[in-house]
Design a protein around this ligand. Structure first.
Ligand SMILES: Nc1ncnc2c1ncn2[C@@H]1O[C@H](COP(=O)(O)OP(=O)(O)OP(=O)(O)O)[C@@H](O)[C@H]1O
Length: 568
């Protein structure tokens, strides 16, 4: 483990990303922070003559106003103080607005980059990253990144304020203020706790990820668990993840409280030392002494905030590390090729000598398959035999280790597969429905009218269902398709697929929640589409296989012709 108080490489990367996102606004912010601190210092300096006038002491300023009415001098000085403080307030107003924009734009830039990378990532990349990790980065870590920025801004504001006002104190009483500032700096470094905060921050990322994973497990397995009285096992896993996160937060809170306590005792001791040494040993004039105490009292808050902000910053900075790690993971495998508008010739789709193996084993090999336009092919096979992998290869979602994907004899390379996917519709067993109207869910990206939507619904046997809904096509479906049944969701997804007018329709157990007679009717209606798309359907059911031209079987990654069936 590094002995550095902060992960310096991560800090440098954070500063680089911040400079990139803030551009000109960063320099303006620094100017506004310094301006605010300077205006405050001017106000404080004006207090010296005010105190001299009030205490009737002689001094350099009192000499300037010799012969003036003391009340008039007091009012003039107070007026100057008020102007300086008003100026400070105006600068701080502009500064806060500026800083808020810098903060907000930085987090948005990170989120936007990850979203863009996700949207263009290859399928193979997406399946290799834990979904909980992506969710964690986009939710918890992004919120922590906003905190990182907030504390970074606090550090910048606090540090510049301490610098400007510390400089002023040095100017007023060099020896006294100098030794005090050195003492504060040494104590601050000794009790910084930055390294420990950084380690806790890394642990928090892990704890948060585990927590999210446990929530996912709990929600997806709850129904089955309840049915078998196994919920306590899920609850225990969830509780363990919660406890780890709680312990981490507690550890950090304890450290912060300790630092605050040490600081409070230390600053009281410093104030006593300033007055005692300044008055008894160095014989500093009373107004200067009062001003020094005022400056240090004024600085005590920002220094304490600075100390706490530094710890918080170190604690939350690993969130930026988590964002960078996901970014790097998505970048390393490269973006999927952008969709380039190009013509894909019409004709048979073909896999030639395709091999596609996963790292841990599984996949397909020696696959030769030709599907003619309009042909209907059923694919069966045991779980894990490679059926979905075959469909992914046909859709160009997964690039084979060797072999080719061809359409009408033309080999489709990485640049051509996005164009090919425009002609493919792929429906899975548990299709996703958006929290939107039935119309938007079925029409998808196509700009078709209601007539086409109803026609598609009719074909998949969902028109009656939608007519029964209170608001018809305008009915809003919940996220994930609630409260529709599994079969109803599958029908809507099929309607959406048909509206794409695909050349190849691939159904991966996409009708398994629909009863057999309805599935039969649906397959018959699909066969009536003109021009008819080629159909490749993965199914474990044998009842409707007579409606297919061919039945294939996948066994341990290899494809076999099962038995020919007459077309209906
Ligand atoms: N992204 C992946 N990473 C690693 N291994 C994978 C991945 N996807 C699938 N596999 C493995 O490859 C094999 C084939 O998986 P595939 O999903 O193609 O099978 P399948 O025949 O569709 O199974 P099922 O009928 O259960 O859906 C399985 O052993 C599976 O564990």
């Amino acid at each position: 483990m590094s002995r550095a108080p902060l992960d310096t490489a991560l800090l440098a990367a954070f500063l680089r990303a911040l400079a990139e996102s803030a551009r000109g606004r960063g320099a303006l912010s620094v100017a506004a922070i310094v301006g605010g601190a300077l205006a405050e210092s001017v106000g404080l300096v004006l207090l010296v003559p005010v105190l001299q006038v009030l205490t009737g002491r002689e001094g350099r300023v009192a000499a300037w106003f010799e012969g003036w009415n003391p009340d008039g001098v007091l009012l003039l000085l107070l007026g100057g103080f008020l102007v300086a403080m008003t100026l400070r307030a105006l600068i701080l107003y502009a500064r806060d607005r500026l800083l808020w924009r810098v903060e907000d734009e930085f987090v948005e830039a990170q989120r936007g980059r990850i979203m863009a990378r996700l949207a263009s990532a290859r399928w193979a990349t997406l399946v290799s990253i834990r979904h909980a990790e992506i969710q964690n980065v986009l939710s918890t870590e992004m919120a922590r990144l906003a905190m990182t920025m907030r504390f970074f801004v606090q550090i910048a504001v606090g540090a510049l304020l301490v610098l400007v006002q510390g400089g002023l104190a040095l100017y007023m009483a060099p020896v006294l203020a100098g030794s005090l500032l050195v003492a504060v700096a040494i104590a601050g470094a000794a009790f910084s706790g930055l390294r420990h905060a950084g380690v806790l921050g890394h642990d928090f990322t892990r704890a948060s990820l585990n927590q999210l994973q446990a929530v996912g497990n709990l929600l997806s397995g709850l129904k089955a668990a309840l049915a078998q009285n196994l919920q306590s096992r899920f609850a225990r896993e969830f509780e363990q993840a919660l406890a780890a996160a709680r312990a981490n937060r507690r550890g950090f809170a304890r450290r912060q409280a300790r630092t605050r306590m040490v600081f409070a005792i230390g600053s009281a001791a410093c104030a006593c030392l300033v007055v005692a040494i300044g008055s008894l040993v160095l014989q500093v004039p009373t107004p200067v002494l009062i001003l020094l105490v005022l400056i240090f009292a004024r600085l005590a808050g920002p220094i304490a905030t600075l100390q706490q902000a530094l710890q918080q910053f170190a604690y939350h900075l690993p969130a930026f590390g988590a964002v960078m790690a996901l970014d790097a993971q998505l970048e390393a495998t490269g973006a999927g090729a952008p969709a380039v508008p190009q013509d894909v010739p019409e004709g048979s789709v073909e896999l030639r000598e395709v091999r596609l193996r996963y790292v841990g084993g599984g996949g397909v090999e020696h696959v030769d398959l030709v599907i003619a336009p309009g042909e209907r092919v059923a694919l069966s096979g045991a779980s894990g035999s490679g059926k979905t992998t075959l469909l992914d290869a046909l859709a160009g979602l997964m690039v084979p280790d060797s072999g080719e994907l061809r359409v009408a004899g033309v080999v489709l390379d990485a640049a051509a597969t996005p164009a090919w996917r425009e002609h493919v519709a792929y429906v899975v067993q548990e299709p996703y429905l958006f929290r939107d109207t039935v119309r938007a869910n079925v029409a998808g990206e196509s700009a078709c009218g209601d007539g086409a939507v109803w026609e598609a619904l009719e074909r998949v046997g969902a028109a009656a269902l939608v007519r029964r809904m209170e608001r018809g096509l305008d009915t809003v479906i919940g996220a994930g398709g609630t409260p529709l049944s599994g079969g109803e969701r599958q029908r809507l997804a099929l309607a959406r697929a048909l509206l794409r007018r695909p050349r190849l329709l691939m159904l991966d157990e996409a009708t398994n929640a629909i009863d057999l007679p309805s599935e039969r009717l649906l397959l018959q209606r699909l066969a009536e589409i003109d021009p008819r798309p080629a159909l490749l359907m993965v199914t474990h059911r044998r009842d409707n296989l007579d409606l297919f031209d061919r039945v294939l079987e996948m066994r341990e990654g290899r494809l076999y012709a099962e038995s020919p069936h007459a077309a209906s």
